[in-house]
Design a protein around this ligand. Structure first.
Ligand SMILES: Nc1ncnc2c1ncn2[C@@H]1O[C@H](COP(=O)(O)OP(=O)(O)OP(=O)(O)O)[C@@H](O)[C@H]1O
Ligand SMILES: [Mg+2]
Length: 342
């Protein structure tokens, strides 16, 4: 990955950190994080449980004091100019922070009043957000009776009563069903379309893939990779060939052939007619395409019918697994199948 520009001017950057550190006793929860988040974009911070995502967000939102390094939000130091930072940012925490005993409307109106809006303006803004987030029907119901997805939406609504310049969304879709996740994703897209910068933490690769233009992968308090989605995928250094066969019985033969032709790991997918293989280990696009077409020709010569064939970049899942040095499950299956076949 290219070296970050943390020390240079913050032109166009919403967030800039250099060597950010937070320790809890012996535990370096955040261990020298450099970030440069361009304004007006969704920036994804991707990492497993305990990676240091929430701790990083709390420092940037001035809720926790760093033990080392520096962080600027729109050019303001998060420690020395905390008030200036607070006036520009809003945080939707990992755990919903609205009052359970109040209704949706009561929560939003109360917060709008606290932000200094008049009573009528508070009601108008609340009704507008409840409508936009599909919560009008539930507006008069106590939040403790909301579903998980509804709670997440009211929490995000609460954090954008005043349109912030920078919105922190800490794992906004953890535990949500696919439909609710999609609704939250749409909300995030709408918020960014209005000019807000979003720092989104997530454990889900597909979420970062869907929403973020740049991604920092963090593990054990450190940034282990950073870049655009394309750069991260390219950093794994290979393309993926996806093959779908007509006949599942031909899969073992196809697997052997692809292994021989490509001299690469072949993964058996859960779908019994599908296989994936790595090509172009040197990251050379042309070589990858050549290898892929050679493999296809070999399959045809062996009388294996291919229904569908594609050459693409590796998924972010593959990138993450490669970066964190963990073997994908399906790779293990493939190795077992190989042993069985031998
Ligand atoms: N207040 C605290 N006191 C002590 N240790 C803490 C505190 N907050 C976080 N930690 C520790 O710091 C590390 C990073 O935690 P953090 O909550 O930032 O992770 P995370 O990436 O947000 O994880 P998750 O995906 O589970 O939310 C963990 O080891 C955690 O136990
Ligand atoms: Mg967290």
């Amino acid at each position: 990955m290219s070296k970050k520009t943390a020390a240079t001017s913050s032109g166009g950057l919403a967030i800039e950190t250099a060597g950010l550190v937070k320790t809890f006793g012996e535990n370096r929860a955040v261990d020298g994080v450099d970030l440069a988040v361009p304004a007006g974009t969704v920036y994804g911070v991707l990492g497993p449980n305990g990676a240091g995502k929430t701790t990083t967000v709390k420092m940037l939102a001035t809720l926790l004091k760093p033990d080392g390094g520096e962080a600027h939000v729109f050019g303001h130091d998060v420690v020395r100019e905390a008030d200036a930072v607070r006036s520009r940012v809003s945080l939707t925490g990992q755990y919903a922070s609205v009052d359970e005993d109040l209704t949706g409307t009561e929560n939003l109106v109360l917060l709008a009043r606290l932000l200094g809006h008049s009573k009528s303006a508070s009601y108008a803004r609340s009704a507008q957000l409840l409508e936009a987030f599909g919560l009008t029907e539930a507006a008069g119901r106590q939040v403790k009776n909301y579903s998980g997805g509804m709670r997440r939406r009211i929490d995000i609504a609460a954090s954008i009563l005043n349109t912030p310049d920078l919105l922190f969304l800490d794992e906004p879709t953890t535990g949500l069903d696919p439909r609710s996740r999609n609704q939250v994703w749409d909300i995030v897209r709408a918020v960014v379309a209005q000019g807000t910068t979003v720092l989104l933490t997530t454990q889900y690769l597909d979420e970062a893939d869907q929403l973020a233009s740049r991604i920092a992968v963090i593990d054990k308090g450190r940034v282990i990779a950073e870049g655009t989605k394309g750069e991260l995928k390219a950093s794994v250094g290979a393309g993926s060939v996806h093959v779908r066969l007509r006949d599942a019985h031909q899969r073992p033969e196809a697997e052997q052939l692809l292994k021989l032709t490509l001299d690469a790991a072949v993964t058996l997918e859960p779908d019994p007619v599908a296989l994936t293989a790595r090509v172009g280990g040197a990251g050379n696009g042309e070589a990858a395409a050549e290898q892929a077409s050679r493999a296809l020709a070999e399959l045809a010569r062996a009388g294996i019918t291919v229904d569908n064939f594609s050459l693409g970049q590796p998924s972010l899942d593959e990138v993450f697994l490669a970066l964190t040095d963990k073997k994908p499950e399906s790779g293990t299956q493939s190795e077992l199948a190989e042993e069985a076949a031998a």
